[in-house]
Design a protein around this ligand. Structure first.
Ligand code: F6R
Length: 591
């Protein structure tokens, strides 16, 4: 939710700020803005819409001379997406950009209004600027340190002061990194935004304030200077670019064999103790969206293969519900970004109850990676498309390994070595599926005009259908839903109309006959059946794609790319903005 970038250094800041915003556009894209500082004045330019519109506006503007600036791309929370609400916001001497939510903004605003402050926007960000300005008596570190004590909620702020030539930043529960360059320094929501300029970065912990000039970076905690470690990022410039692909989403799907094999090999060669959860009597898998659906696949594997009691719950419910921890419980948190607000809150709830947590996470510098008791890193590399693909696949694969190692430890799996060996070569099956991508392009064309679709499956196939359905709806704007195949006839079947696409996933040997019967029921109501299966003997009603039959542990992995490609190509057939679907943002750092 919202991307921040800031620059101070030898150059004019515009180029790196715009570059950075373009890389952060996945975090929000309904409006954007920059503020640059001249001698004693600040120039602010804002625009609604995409970064390109801001860029056009900047080209038409006479710019002041500057080497210090901040910029922001917005996913609106407080107030609609218009120019007034777009960041940066300036109050008095303070100009700032913000990612997060100030939960007590209304109370603070009322107080400040009574003191005579006039607000122009509806945002919580302008309130934060006013609070900092109220404390500002010429010492930015002091003002920021005092002001953040008044703010409840989450924030990453990039700040400039009218009478200072330095860049300032602070964060709490929202991501922000400090980039260390040569004669230039940066702040950014994510390293990908500045990787073109530097791979050296520093992580800020909650409430640490950073002061940056061209050649110096100082970090303060409670007003005292502290030492911070400089780290080197392993992401490459190519990771942050589309290359020859039309969309990041397709690029990221095509990367799946490589990232999957790399991660699997690492963990198969040297199985970590973290993959054995046999010490626990109950597992709670808690996450949001696709990460939750990966967890649903995990639940079936853990129950069926490792005979372990398991529940899945979306983090926004889990964080507020009464959870009964009366058995030795492990909470597994799944998150690509590691910054999803509800998942963070669920993790902290478990910690407060003294419950162990294990995170399955991609971004190693994230809050969840840093706070969870233990973490398994999926090593998907940066995922830029808003809709997750390769990270979801790897999340599923981590559950395959957890189920496998737990089953082994409980002496429930006799074929462990054979399955490990299969895991070491799994990318060859994925490569074959991805070579067939044009088959799914044709399916996408066929679905071009459909308004509704259903996904059906049983057991683990149903769990995978949840993700297939989400992919179709979020990128192609097709209304779609996933059902347990046997459940459809309890009401929903009345929605089936002539030629309505029903995508059936059939891999689970034990219940495939049952799913096939459900397919016949909907076909009898004139639905158009698209079957994805691992069994060539299953009837082809309208379209059938058969993946390799492999061990139950890894089988779900092979169903994922066909479903992702159907979503992708349906959206592509409609010429949609696939990497940035409307109303979405990649990292949901607000409740
Ligand atoms: C859908 C999608 C979202 C995320 C969800 C959780 O394609 O990407 O549903 O899976 O917002 O995000 P993370 O995994 O970052 O916690």
């Amino acid at each position: 939710m919202c991307g921040i970038v800031g620059y101070v250094g030898k150059n004019n800041p515009i180029e790196s700020l715009i570059d950075g915003l373009k890389k952060l556009e996945y975090r929000g894209y309904d409006s954007s803005g920059i503020a640059i500082k001249g001698n004693n004045n600040i120039q602010i330019i804002k625009s609604t819409g995409r970064i390109i519109e801001l860029e056009d506006k900047i080209k038409e503007t006479k710019l002041i001379k500057s080497n210090l600036g901040i910029a922001h791309t917005r996913w609106a929370t407080h107030g609609e997406a218009n120019e007034i609400n777009a960041h940066p916001h300036k109050v008095g001497k303070v100009t700032l950009v913000h990612n997060g939510i100030i939960e007590n903004a209304r109370d603070l605003k009322n107080k400040l209004v009574n003191e005579g402050i006039v607000f122009r926007s509806e945002t919580d960000t302008e309130v934060a600027a006013a609070v900092i300005n109220a404390y500002y008596k010429g010492n930015p570190i002091q003002a920021i340190t005092k002001a953040i004590k008044q703010l409840k909620g989450s924030f990453a702020f990039g700040l400039i002061f009218e009478d200072q030539d330095k860049l300032y930043a602070v964060r709490k529960d929202s991501p922000l990194i400090v980039g260390i360059g040569e004669d230039e320094n940066f702040i950014a929501s994510d390293i990908a935004a500045i990787i073109k300029y530097t791979d050296k970065y520093m992580l800020l912990d909650d409430n640490e304030v950073v002061e940056l000039s061209k050649n110096e970076v100082n970090v303060y905690k409670d007003g005292e200077k502290i030492d911070k470690k400089v780290e080197t990022s392993n992401i490459s410039i190519e990771d942050a670019n589309k290359g020859s692909y039309k969309h990041f989403m397709l690029k990221e799907i095509m990367e799946e064999p490589i990232v999957l094999q790399r991660t699997l090999n690492k963990y198969l060669k040297k199985p970590s103790k973290l993959f054995d959860v046999s010490d626990y009597e109950e597992i709670h898998i808690v996450a949001c969206g696709s990460a939750l659906y990966a967890g649903m696949v995990g639940r079936v594997l853990l129950e069926e293969k490792a005979n372990i009691r398991c529940i899945t719950e979306c983090a926004s419910e889990y964080r507020y519900k009464k959870v009964i921890y009366d058995r030795k419980t492990l909470v597994i948190l799944v998150s690509q970004s590691g910054e999803t607000a509800d998942t963070i809150a669920a993790m902290r709830k478990a910690h407060e109850e003294g419950i162990d947590t294990l995170a399955i996470v991609n971004v190693t510098t994230s809050t969840i990676a840093r706070e969870a008791k233990n973490s398994i890193f999926i090593e998907a590399g940066p995922e830029i498309a808003v809709a997750t693909t390769k990270a979801y696949l790897l999340q599923v694969a981590m559950f395959s390994l957890i189920a496998l190692n737990t089953a082994k430890s409980k002496e429930l799996e006799k074929n462990y070595e054979k399955i490990v060996d299969e895991g070491k070569h799994i990318s060859k099956y994925l490569n074959k599926i991805l070579k067939d991508k044009d088959i799914f392009k044709e399916v996408g064309k066929e679905l071009k005009n459909c308004k509704d679709a259903f996904y059906i499956g049983r057991g683990i196939d149903y769990a995978i259908c949840k993700e297939g359905s989400l992919k179709l709806k979020e990128v192609s704007y097709t209304h779609s839903d996933a059902y347990e195949a046997g459940e459809l006839k309890h009401g929903t079947i009345s929605l089936i109309e002539d030629d309505m696409p029903v995508i059936a996933v059939i891999t689970d040997e034990k219940i495939k006959d049952k799913t096939e019967s459900n397919v016949i029921e909907v076909e009898a109501r004139a639905a158009k059946i698209f079957t994805i299966t691992n069994d060539d003997s299953i009837k082809n009603h309208h379209f059938k794609y058969v993946v390799e039959k492999i061990s139950d542990y890894f089988q779900p992995i092979l169903i994922v790319p066909p479903l992702q490609l159907i979503g992708y190509y349906t959206a592509d057939s409609r010429n949609l903005d696939i990497d940035k679907p409307r109303n979405l943002a990649k990292s949901v750092t607000v409740e």
